[in-house]
Design a protein around this ligand. Structure first.
Ligand code: EPU
Length: 346
């Protein structure tokens, strides 16, 4: 296993923040993961897991041992009458997995194209876009228990997926008593891609693409192209302008709270959810508070999409956090809503 010291982390975080890891272990195999677990016992600073680095804000040099997940491999586990079950190593790039499955003729992940990050991080966040969430295509995953050194498997129910949420984001001392945050190191993820594939086209931006192109029955590859072009037009390319995708979750409110906001601001973008709650577009709330294009130091609100914070060049994690807090305060003062950040602040 490769152990390095004083490793610059700028290339490994999509915000492009300058920081270094005191010690970094490259985990390329399950055996590396087991070895890393043993080393953790003699590392009082703890650890943090680095996948694609697309959902973190680094606020300084990282003292915890950084476990950089680089387990590769993509394979068809089994083909049944009903589905293809596909497995990918935690270190695989998410978008490359999406395009590879489509090239093989296995549709299902196309709405999730171009989401930055790694396969291992995808269940943690329960990534989602354009009407599909990871949990809709999830079969199971294997993880290493960093406490006991045992490898275990979890199905979808055991992952307790929610909107941008899972068991991997909670500690066992949390409100429901279950949680694997800091404990499970995801090694491999398996996906269930049904053969009776149906396109998911309910999202407004995709409806617009259908109208523009006159294609009402697109293939999965066509949808993948559409999703890529929508994302490229709205979201900055992290290679050009550092960012971590959506910075805040879309908040949910009760119908009464929503009615109250509509009374004050009739244009508020909101979507009724199946459970009776209402989801509000955080981007709209931030935009309505006048944040587009505003900055703190070199951290700014993206001028085309207020939900995305960007690094104008040389931003520190502290500047990103200060900007995020100022946004939270102004949205709270105007709408009474507390926005919850998506990225992990390290
Ligand atoms: N809006 C504004 N001003 C803005 C931004 C958005 O008025 O500055 C309005 C838009 O006009 C639209 C609504 O807010 O009516 C929602 O915006 P959008 O369609 O861009 O989607 P979103 O809610 O901002 C979510 C996900 C994205 C995902 C898209 C597509 C979250 C936090 N974000 O964004 O996920 O790609 O839907 O499904 O759920 C991510 O998590 O990193 C991410 C990019």
């Amino acid at each position: 296993m490769n152990v390095s010291h004083n490793v610059p982390l700028q290339p490994y975080n999509s915000f492009g923040i300058v920081a270094k890891a005191y010690s970094l272990l490259q985990i390329c195999t399950e055996a590396n993961a087991v070895e890393a677990q043993k080393r953790l016992k003699s590392h009082p600073e703890g650890h943090c897991v680095l996948g694609g680095g697309s959902n973190i804000v680094l606020t300084g040099d990282v003292k915890p041992l950084v476990l950089k997940m680089e387990i590769l491999g993509k394979r068809l586990v089994v083909e049944t009458d009903k589905a293809w079950i596909v497995e990918a190593g935690a270190g695989e790039n998410w978008h490359e997995l999406v395009t590879w499955t489509l090239q093989q003729g296995w549709p299902g992940l196309e709405n999730l194209a171009l989401i930055p990050g790694s396969v291992g991080a995808s269940p943690v966040q329960n990534i989602g876009a354009y009407g599909v969430e990871l949990q809709d295509r999830f079969e199971s995953l294997d993880a290493l228990d960093l406490l006991t050194g045992q490898v275990f498997t979890l199905n979808a129910a055991q992952c307790a997926f929610g909107y941008r949420d899972s068991v991997f984001k909670h500690t066992s001392s949390g409100p429901n008593g279950i949680g694997l945050s800091g404990r499970a190191l995801i090694l491999r993820v398996r996906f269930h891609l049904p053969k009776n594939w149906k396109p998911v086209l309910g999202y407004l931006d995709l409806e617009k693409k259908m109208a523009e192109t006159g294609i009402s029955n697109p293939t999965a590859l066509q949808i993948c192209d559409w999703v890529c072009s929508i994302r490229r037009s709205k979201l900055p390319d992290p290679k050009v302008l550092g960012n971590a995708g959506s910075f805040f979750k879309n908040p949910t409110v009760t119908p009464e709270q929503c009615a109250d906001i509509i009374a004050r601001d009739p244009k508020v973008v909101h979507y009724p959810m199946p459970d009776g709650s209402i989801k509000l577009a955080a981007g709209w709330l931030i935009d309505a508070c006048g944040w587009k294009g505003k900055s703190v130091g070199n951290a700014a609100v993206y001028e085309k999409q207020a939900l995305v914070l960007v690094n104008l060049g040389g931003a520190t994690g502290g500047e990103v956090v200060t900007l995020a807090k100022a946004i939270q305060t102004s949205v709270y003062e105007r709408f009474g809503i507390r926005l919850e950040p998506e990225p992990v602040v390290i």
